[in-house]
Design a protein around this ligand. Structure first.
Ligand code: UT7
Length: 333
């Protein structure tokens, strides 16, 4: 593999999690389910929910962005570009990135959103890294943020047990010491679009009384089919990125997996030959926060990361989309 001469590295990390907790016991009161089923089938015990009706994804994204900038020792005025990965934008347009730009006062930055569902942060990271590698920008905020509670049907036990709200952000800057984002593998498979979808509200089914009556404004997932695809897909790309960068299991310090289901994470770690101590897992407390899962893991583990650690990030989501990234940790605070 040939790699770019300028790498992008993560110089700061921030996060936001709402205070309100939705436990499995709470869900037992809403749908026909039970704590034991949810824990054993998914690994989830509770999730955070942004209850304040006046606050949306841009609020969480801005909070995470502020913390990431502080951790990088940067001001909002230093930011050249803001990329927000989300499937729960405040509005269809303008982009949530523009709302974040206003909220944090990043006056000289441009911004746009990326829609790649649970792979969104990884795909946005790839785009952000490319801007830096090309020498076009020097400071890029990459944010994964989702208020999943806004599109979850709390009468559908197939989906409502899975998702939570949250945001994570990183600052990307040029790296001159060989650390940073080294490689990406990204995949899409549009003919499986129907497996995980929010049908209503777009130009195909514009919001109407009928779309609401048909509950098209909520997520719909064929769980078993997505599970099968995710188990294969996340493991495939993780093995591929190790192979093409000559990484053995011993070389990998951490797997940073999308947190959709503990069984999918275990399958990926097994294929990579990694023991469980090398896998970042926080699904138990936050559930699936869609674009926020990977930066929330990086945030929770940041004090354990050492300069030079090899990290493999892996994601899978609607689209279907999936991918992996290889990065050499550069020592963000
Ligand atoms: O992040 C984006 C990508 N998304 C994913 O990666 C999610 C992938 N899918 C999954 O994680 C799993 O498929 C689920 C957690 C959604 C479901 O687990 P599963 O082991 O695939 O269960 P299933 O859908 O095959 O259902 C097994 C049984 C069914 O009952 P029968 O037909 O066997 O009698 C379901 O009706 O479990 C039942 N069931 C439930 N029971 C209690 C489904 N949901 C629930 C529930 N509580 N919440």
């Amino acid at each position: 593999m040939s790699h770019p001469s300028i790498l992008a590295k993560i110089t700061g990390i921030g996060h936001f999690l709402p205070n309100d907790v939705l436990t499995n016991a709470d869900l037992e009161k809403l749908v026909e389910t039970n704590d034991e089923w949810i824990r054993t089938r998914t690994g989830i015990s509770e999730r955070r929910i942004l209850k304040d009706p006046d606050k949306a994804t841009s609020f969480m994204a801005s909070e995470a962005a502020r913390e990431a900038l502080q951790s990088a020792g940067r001001q909002a005025s230093d930011v050249d570009a803001i990329i927000v990965a989300t499937v729960t934008p405040d509005f269809m347009f303008p982009a949530t990135a523009c709302l974040v730009q206003k909220e944090i006062g990043a006056d000289k930055a441009f911004g746009y959103d990326i829609s790649a569902a649970c792979s969104g942060f990884l795909f946005a990271l790839s785009t952000g890294a490319s801007l830096i590698e090309a020498g076009r920008q020097k400071c890029v905020l990459v944010i994964g943020a989702d208020k999943m509670s806004a599109i979850v049907d709390y009468t559908d036990r197939n989906t409502c047990i899975l998702f939570g709200d949250g945001a994570g952000a990183v600052v990307l800057e040029p790296s001159s010491d060989g650390t940073g984002l080294i490689d990406f593998v990204q995949r899409s498979e549009g003919d499986t679009d129907h497996l995980l979808i929010q049908e209503g509200g777009g130009s195909c089914h514009p919001a109407s009384l009928s779309t609401v009556e048909q509950r098209k404004h909520y997520i719909r997932q064929e769980g078993r089919a997505v599970f099968k695809k995710a188990t294969e897909g996340m493991a495939d790309v993780s093995a591929e990125i190790m192979r093409r960068n000559n990484l053995s299991a011993e070389d990998v310090a951490w797997l940073v997996p999308h947190q959709a289901n503990l069984r999918i994470i275990d399958a990926t770690a097994n294929r990579m030959g990694l023991s469980s101590e090398k896998v970042m897992i926080n699904i138990s407390h936050y559930g699936n926060t869609t674009a926020a899962t990977i930066p929330l893991c990086l945030y929770d583990w940041k004090d354990k990361l050492k300069k030079g650690d090899n990290l493999v990030l892996a994601a899978f989501g609607g689209g279907l989309t999936w991918g992996a990234a290889y990065l050499k940790w550069g020592g963000a605070k």
